[in-house]
Ligand binder design. Structure first.
Ligand code: ADP
Ligand code: ASP
Ligand code: MG
Length: 451
């Protein structure tokens, strides 16, 4: 019976994550506090990022060798947070203990290790959690700030890209269920078993929210932003972009992977595995319906017959390997993939023909060694300054879509290569010259979405 009770209890909980922009000022933090207060019946578990820009400033501070410059950077960080404290009408000394610890950390001036940088950046989320929790308390909500490590976020020691230990989720759920107050938890950071501070990678607060939501088997994970949800494309590029009401995990991952800067790619995984839906909502428009990311593409595909969203990723390099032997050499393909694996380079898009194989990569760190090794298989051609365009939706593999796509691009003199369709028709990706990426997206958005 207790098991069922715990299940029922957690099933009714929501995890709410607020990004840097959503907590960027006293006014925004107040709006966020109100959004949380309005949802107390949902038993919210709140995850926050650092105040916008803070993580970058902390990395700068950590790396500044000059003492005077370091002091200035520190003072600027303090001033920025104190202005928010004042704007919220909170006690002036609210953040003093954290400021003092940060000051002590920054007194060394030694070239920081990855471990030390993690300690520096942890202050961004820690300060912000205190700001939001104190604002809620001022609004008569029983809220409390927690560094994630106090609630079971125990990670490996891969500083800068840490992963929670397999034992972490059970600990997280146990600790959170025992709380009386609404927890305001730091995103992005954790601690190793030895007690050293770690971070989950840039943009990692979404990941924290997903890990916690999956651990609790929450009703939903809400990612609150300053846009209406996942949009059909980057609104900074195409102002007519509109919100997509529903997407499958697979589609959202493809978008995230190919550059849509709206959800951290890793967010998708723990939530999908646990079958917890992710909602992307707008703090400026809390009544909006946002985007819901559901776990089954096959189910969603039954309902959706359109192209839903598109994105691009620049800075891509295309590699073509041509050899008559690809004609019957299935073994050659295996060798090719082995070479990429050996040189620690992951492939984004693959496209094959009788005469050869073309792939794209975005990490060119090992390009020279790769090229040498690939030369054993055939003639290698490298093309830099490419972009991958990715479109998703229930109909991207429907008859006519690809045809229309290439006609539209052709009419606009945009050359397309390396066309590839993900399995199950989740996405259609292709490569264009980097300089054509923006115009490709604009014309495609116009003909498929905003027409
Ligand atoms: P947060 O501070 O909440 O973490 P992000 O740093 O993730 O916010 O930035 C979100 C931004 O991503 C939005 O302001 C928006 O301009 C941009 N963006 C790019 N592509 C998309 C898309 N497809 N849908 C929504 N927003 C997008
Ligand atoms: N503050 C961290 C960053 O800027 C984590 C996050 O915002 O999600 O990368
Ligand atoms: Mg972010």
């Amino acid at each position: 019976h207790t098991k069922i009770l715990v299940w029922w209890y957690t099933f009714c909980m929501i995890v709410m994550k607020f990004g840097g922009t959503s907590v960027g000022s006293a006014e925004r933090i107040e709006a966020v506090a109100k959004i949380v207060k309005d949802r107390l019946d949902k038993k919210p578990v709140v995850v926050v990022s650092a105040v916008a820009g803070t993580t970058n400033s902390l990395i700068k501070l950590a790396n500044e060798a000059n003492k005077v410059a370091r002091e200035q950077l520190y003072e600027a960080l303090v001033a920025k947070h104190e202005a928010i404290v004042q704007g919220l009408g909170l006690p002036a000394e609210l953040l003093d203990a954290e400021f003092e610890q940060l000051h002590e950390l920054s007194s060394s001036g030694k070239k920081p290790s990855k471990k030390t940088i993690d300690s520096f950046v942890s202050f961004g989320e820690r300060l912000c959690a205190i700001l939001l929790a104190s604002t809620l308390v001022k609004m008569d909500v029983n809220a409390k700030a927690y560094p994630a490590w106090d609630l079971g976020m125990i990670t490996d020691d891969a500083h800068g890209a840490a992963e929670p230990l397999p034992t972490s989720p059970a600990l997280i759920s146990e600790k959170i269920l025992a709380l009386k107050a609404v927890p305001i938890i730091t995103g992005y950071i954790g601690k190793t078993q030895k007690g050293e501070i770690t971070t989950l990678g840039r943009g990692g607060s979404d990941y924290t929210a997903a890990i916690i939501g999956a651990a609790l088997k929450a009703e939903a994970i809400q990612i609150w932003k300053e846009v209406d949800g996942i949009l059909t494309t980057d609104p900074r590029l195409v102002p007519e972009a509109r919100v997509v009401s529903e997407l499958a995990f697979e589609e959202a991952s493809e978008l995230a992977y190919f550059g849509a800067k709206v959800l951290h790619p890793k967010t998708i995984l723990p939530a999908m595995k646990a079958g917890v839906p992710v909602q992307v909502l707008n703090t400026f428009n809390p009544a909006g319906t946002g985007t819901t990311i559901v776990s089954s593409f096959t189910e969603r595909k039954e309902k959706s017959h359109s192209v839903e969203a598109m994105t691009f990723k620049k800075g891509v390099t295309a590699i073509h390997v041509n050899s008559p032997e690809f004609f019957d050499g299935s073994g050659l393909m295996a060798q090719l993939f082995k070479i990429f694996e050996k040189h620690k380079t992951s492939i984004d898009v693959v496209s094959t023909s009788v005469a050869g194989v073309s792939v794209t990569i975005d990490n060119v760190e090992h390009l020279e060694a790769l090229t040498d090794a690939l030369a054993e298989l055939g003639t290698v051609t490298i093309e830099a300054n490419k972009a991958v365009v990715c479109i998703v939706g229930g109909s991207v593999n429907a008859a006519g879509i690809a045809g229309k796509l290439f006609t539209v691009l052709g009419e606009n003199n945009i050359a397309v290569e390396l066309i590839s369709q993900a399995s199950g028709g989740v996405s259609l990706t292709f490569v264009v010259a980097e300089s054509d990426a923006e115009s490709a997206l604009k014309v495609l958005h116009k003909s498929f979405i905003a027409s």
